[in-house]
Design a protein around this ligand. Sequence first.
Ligand code: GDP
Length: 297
Amino acid sequence: MFENLSERLSGVFDRLTKQGALSEDDVATALREVRVALLEADVSLPVARDFVKAVQDKATGQAVTKSVTPGQQVVKIVHDALIDVLRGEGDPGHLKIDNPPAPILMVGLQGSGKTTTTAKLAKRMKDREGKRVLMASLDTNRPAAMEQLAILGAQIGVDTLPIVKGEDPVAIAKRAKTQASLGGYDVYMLDTAGRLHIDQELIAQAAAVRDVANPRETLLVVDGLTGQDAVNVATEFDDKIGVTGVVLTRMDGDGRGGAALSMRAVTGKPIRFVGLGEKMDAIETFEPERIAGRILG
Ligand code: GDP
């Protein structure tokens, strides 16, 4: 997922670690290259700039150039700075689903992978925590999307709320809540309608559902291949609806990875999970250490 960035950085660091002694100029040159590599990976400009500055400050402060293995020290500082920029607060994989039935609201643009992610997370909660999960599709504009959730539910052995023709999203959310309470479910997931772009209707609908469901978690699903656009979408959704975390999908693709690096720094919202394929198990908790390791190879 970070192949290009990883390759670029390893080139820079190979040169640094091969040199015995390093001058401050050598470090400054390397960091300029790091900055370019980040920008090419579609990391937002302020984030790339702050990142390089943080590394530079530490590298100077720790008298790296005078140490015995200056190159390795710089790599270590970059590694730690990557973790800093990636890390949110708390455990990203921990969903607040105590006090059943806990509502989880899923929001995002059409095609982002929202329905797939809803099912992946439901399966994860069922398999790992033995939770009883109910999923409901609120995408009344697209009957196919409602069908898709029902098909996925049957595949993974998770119940879906029966589809009632002509019902609006708020009514479906209310019915899901009642059904979840009566049926003794631990969690109910509301898969809201997506659209190709953020518009008034999309936001109004998601906000109306949020107001009746009072979700414990509101997870925004965004396509990780879209780079800075993913971050812009997240900013807008958070402003208008409020989200508790982000799921970045298609991280198995050859995206440049910038969205992962910019997301928390720009939006203040943590990435909670990453989607790594179409299969129902292809989802992982977002772990800064592992991501930093992947980036630095
Ligand atoms: P929605 O319109 O946001 O509900 O999107 P869908 O869940 O229908 O997903 C759209 C397409 O993206 C489907 O073909 C999914 O299988 C695929 N998809 C979803 N998440 C991932 C992912 O993490 N990696 C890959 N490669 N494909 C994904």
